[in-house]
Every structure is written in C-alpha cells, then in structure tokens.
Design a protein around this ligand. Structure first.
Ligand code: ATP
Ligand code: MG
Ligand code: MG
Ligand code: MG
Length: 468
C-alpha cells in the first residue's frame, strides 16, 4: 500500500460509515490567537466541539495539514533524529460532534487498522488514561484485546489538549511493536520508552472538557470524538519500512536532495541527519508559505524563518554556499501537489520567498558558523549567554539554531545569560516584540505577541504592493 492508497482508504472507510469528508484547513488557524499553527485535525472543528458553531453533519473525516514547530506541540528539535517526527505532517482523523462516543470510535479504529489495513493484531498495544475503566472494558470486552496489552498511562501521554486552553479529554492510543531491532535496543525497552520501537500510530481523544485560561476544566455540551493518525507513520508500517523517511512520501525528495549535493543516503549518519532535516523542512516551508506565512522577526513568521535557517545550516554542512532550498520546492510539489493544489498555485511565490530568505542569510550564516568555534570556551565546553546573543543579534542565528549546533558538539549554552541580554536589548529598544526564550520551552514563542494573520491570498498582497 502506498501513501496515496493509505490516505484514500482511510477517508473512504469513514465516508462509508456516514462521515462527511472535509478538506484540510489552512496551517494558520482562523480566528484563534491561542494557537501558533494547526497542530491537529480537530483545530478546524474547535468551535463545533465547544458548541459555538453548528455544522450540517455530526460526523466528519479529514486528512489535515499540520505543523508542530512551536507552542505546546513542538517537534522541531526531534526532526532528523527520530524516525517518526516531522515539522509538517498529515493527520488522518475522524470526528464525532456529540454523536457517537468511545464504543464506536474504538470499534472503527480497530476494524480499520486490523481488517482493512491488515496490521498484525499480535504486534499492537493499547494505551488508555489511567482512570478510564470504561475504555479498558471496551478494548477488552468489545474488541477482545488481552488485558496485558492494555496499558494505563498518565496525563502526559493520555490526556490530550490542543493547547494551553481549548477542548481536551482523556485519550487512548494504538501503538505497534516494531521489534527489538528497532529503536533503543535495550532489553527492558517497553511501550513507555520514548524510542522508535513501540510506534504510536493513532490517538483517539474522548473530547469531554474545555480548559480555560485559569486551567479549569468545564464539560463540553456533548461528549465528542477527535482522532488523529499520522499518515507518514502508518504509511511506513504498510510499506514495511521502519522510518517515515523511507516511505514514498520522502524517498523521492531525499533522492532529489542527494542528487543536488552528489551524496548518497545511508552512507554516513551525520549526512543522513542533514538530508532528513532538509527534506522535512522543505515540506514545512512550502506549505507554510503557501498558506500565507512569511519569514518575519516575530510570531509565525519567525518560526518559518527558524525552519528555513535550520535547513540552510544543514545544507552548509553538506557543503553548499549557494541558495538551494528554493530549487528543491519542485520536489515537494511533485510529491503532494495533486492532493494540496495550493502548493502548485503558489509555486513561484514560494520559491521567490525562500530564495530571498536564503540570499539574505547566507553570508551571515557562513560568518556566524566560522565564529561559533571561536566563541566557545573550549576548556569548559560552554557558550556563554552574551556570545549566544551576539550570534543571534549580529548574525541572525535563532537561539534554536545555536542550540542545535551546540548539541552536536556537546556544548552547553548559557540560556539564562542569553535571555538576560535579550531582555536588556528589549529594554533599550523598548520593543514590544517577544522572541525570547522560555527556559521551559526553548523553542516556544510568546503566543500573546502573535499577530492574528488572516491570509487573503497572494494576489491581494501583490495588489497592495506589500509582499514582505
Ligand atoms: P509522539 O508521542 O510520537 O510525539 P504525540 O503523542 O505527540 O506523538 P498526538 O498529539 O497524539 O501525537 O497526535 C496524533 C498522531 O499524530 C500521533 O499518534 C502520530 O501518529 C501523529 N504525529 C504526532 N506528532 C507527529 C509528528 N511530529 N510527525 C509526524 N506524525 C506525528
Ligand atoms: Mg509528540
Ligand atoms: Mg505520544
Ligand atoms: Mg499521542
């Protein structure tokens, strides 16, 4: 089964079960300043779950464009290093708005995974929220799963929230054991391990609450269902490969990057990380720009800028000194342009935007990289805060980029010092921008500073003569 069939099979299955097939919404959530990017299929239905909006249908299914590169769900630094995380990915999902609940949601998911996709039952594991006896009984009694395969987990993994506020609820997930040759390879590796062996494929969220800004949970008008399954992950399993990057969604893109750089994939781990990061980030930048995000000093645009600059750094590692990302946009468009025509429609604009951003950062990237080595205190392997700030302020290195380089060389970056200098600069300029580093979430952005951007199409921008 290739990814096109996997996607279509999912949507057809739910259509047959009376779900309305709904198109993916934009990566920029509409009228929702609490969220950086669309990070799950439920985002476009948030108001329906909350009871503030009615639709003609009570059941829906979709293949949703998602980005997880900032805010509560942030996988930016995982990308390249795990087999399963992307910044941009597609989430397959089915939704019930006060219609069916746990029993049906579990039954559909199990039926699709085992009977339709044909995954081997003996390799599948289930997690549930630790207090959810009802879900336990449904998996065991209704679907016949052995109790030893149903694992109770805590809030971190099995209580899903869209963001700090909004719809949320206990969840139950399907994982597949890919065998002891995959992942960390420790004999004691279990479903609780964070490695790639027990791969989480599908999350079924039993939407029951709305979380308000003070953290209080209020019951939703009606219990609802929201599920999410990563297309890249399930495609990997159905294509019998262990990494999303070995699926038909990535192989052609990685091949094109290899051709550009005259390197081969799977010959050298460090080069492989670069190839995976570039392939992933290319998809993210193409889709984000197509959905109206432009590189900027703050908010969503700053996340896009970080993604482009990170990809450029990995390009530099592969030896290029020239703009190259914009030349590889065609590769992503060949891969997904038939499903998401907006990337084809905006192709020229996307390429120009990326090229401009590459040209702007190339010289400083080169100088900053050369300087990095000199700035590090070799005796203690520390980059002090003022120096990290210099890389940021003078050379345009997002702090995550500095952290990324430092991680490779086991160098400690003094984030507290960095923040202090950032704050001092802010005071000096009395700037209201917030691109500081929250020590708890070094990649996060202050959401309160996000400008609400409503994308009106590039034609509009062009008419107004304000492209950037
Ligand atoms: P993980 O624990 O692997 O980081 P998650 O628990 O954060 O995943 P959920 O929020 O439950 O993920 O999202 C639902 C599904 O979306 C996951 O089960 C997975 O299949 C897919 N998914 C989540 N994050 C990513 C990602 N960064 N890249 C690709 N697929 C993802
Ligand atoms: Mg995650
Ligand atoms: Mg998880
Ligand atoms: Mg999950």
């Amino acid at each position: 089964m290739n990814s096109k069939i996997v996607r279509e099979t999912f949507l057809e299955y739910y259509e047959k079960n009376y779900h309305k097939r709904v198109k993916s919404s934009s990566l920029v959530p509409q009228d929702d300043s609490t969220l950086l990017f669309t990070n799950a299929g439920m985002v476009q239905f948030k108001n329906v779950f909350l009871g503030n909006e009615k639709r003609e249908y009570k059941r829906a299914c979709s293949s949703q464009k998602c980005v997880r590169a900032g805010g509560k769900h942030n996988d930016l630094e995982n990308v390249g290093y795990t087999a399963r995380h992307h910044t941009f990915f597609e989430m397959l999902g089915n939704f019930s708005f006060g219609d069916y609940f746990k029993k049906e949601a579990i039954h559909y998911a199990w039926d699709l995974v085992t009977d339709v996709y044909g995954l081997p039952k003996e390799k599948l594991w289930i997690t549930i929220f630790k207090e959810d006896d009802e879900a336990f009984d449904i998996w065991h009694k209704q679907e016949g799963i052995d109790t030893s395969r149903i694992i109770r987990m805590g809030e971190k993994d099995n209580f899903w929230s869209m963001g700090d506020t909004g719809p949320c609820g206990p969840c139950s997930e399907i994982h597949i054991d890919q065998g002891k040759d995959v992942g960390c390879k420790r004999p004691e590796c279990s479903i609780e391990c964070d490695c790639d062996r027990f791969l989480e494929i599908w999350n079924l969220v039993f939407m029951q609450f709305n979380r308000s800004t003070d953290g209080k949970l209020t019951p939703l008008p009606k219990p609802s269902i929201d599920t999410g399954m990563g297309l890249e992950r399930v495609s990997a399993i159905l294509e019998s490969v262990y990494s999303n990057f070995d699926t038909d969604l990535f192989v052609p893109i990685i091949n094109d990057i290899c051709n550009y750089f005259s390197v081969e994939y799977k010959h050298n781990e460090s080069a492989d990380v670069s190839l995976r990061v570039i392939a992933d980030h290319l998809r993210a930048m193409d889709f984000l720009i197509s959905d109206g995000v432009l590189p900027d000093k703050e908010g969503r645009g700053y996340v896009l800028r970080k993604i482009i600059r990170r990809a450029m750094r990995y390009g530099a590692k592969l030896g290029t000194k020239d703009p190259f990302l914009y030349k590889l946009v065609d590769s992503v468009n060949r891969s997904l342009g038939d499903i998401y025509p907006e990337i084809i429609q905006n192709e020229i604009f996307v390429k120009n935007t990326i090229k401009q951003e590459e040209e702007q950062f190339l010289t400083t990237l080169e100088e900053g990289l050369a300087l990095f080595d000199k700035l590090v205190d070799k005796a203690d392997n520390i980059l002090d805060g003022q120096k990290a700030f210099k890389l940021y302020d003078t050379y345009g290195f997002p702090i995550d980029l500095t952290l990324d380089i430092a991680k490779e060389q086991n160098i400690f970056v003094d984030l507290e010092g960095f923040n202090k200098h950032l704050e001092m600069q802010r005071q000096r300029s009395k700037s209201t921008l917030s691109i500081g580093v929250d020590l708890k979430d070094t990649l996060g952005l202050a959401l309160k500073d996000l400008k609400q951007t409503e994308f009106v199409g590039y034609d509009k921008f062009e008419e107004q003569g304000s492209l950037l």
